[in-house]
Design a protein. Sequence first.
Length: 201
Amino acid sequence: MPPEGTPGPLPDPPPDLGRRTLPLRTVSSPWFRLHPRGRQAVFFGRTGLGRFDAPAGEFGTLYLAEDVPGAFVETFGQATGRRILALPDLARRRLARIEPPRAMRLVDLTGAGLARIGADARLFAGDHAIARRWALALHRHPRAPDGVLYPARHDPSRRAAALFDRVRGRFRVKDLGSLDDKRNLRLLAGLLDRYGFGLVA
């Protein structure tokens, strides 16, 4: 039992989740991702390490951000409290603009939809193991959503998406370079200022 006055962990998905109406939102706009240099921008991982990964690799998951600030803070804000980035950190990743092959139907966790499915903000900001069980339950829902739309953990004003690998087809990818490229220096300065990061060589 959690201490009195604390919410404790989010409960597992309710048994009747498959009969509930999912809060689906159709999204067709481009997305952004800071991916490791030398690897493809579009990668549906089955590592079981991401928040909305399948618990036992039942499906692959691709993580995207709605805009560049969201991609930046979700990549470099993982170490809470860390406020210094090194140029090699930036050079190891490439920024990509990604257009999925079709409009996607995402479970919208950014508003009232959370309560409708019996969840709360702990789903995107709490224990990963529980979130993975929710991801599997949502993936198995009869409406077969394409993924999950949720507030970015490190900046809830930005939105992120976890796409399930049922989104098949040709993704259109535009490489925007590393954030330390000369063409991106103004963009980088704005991101560092927005999130209060310092930069060292």
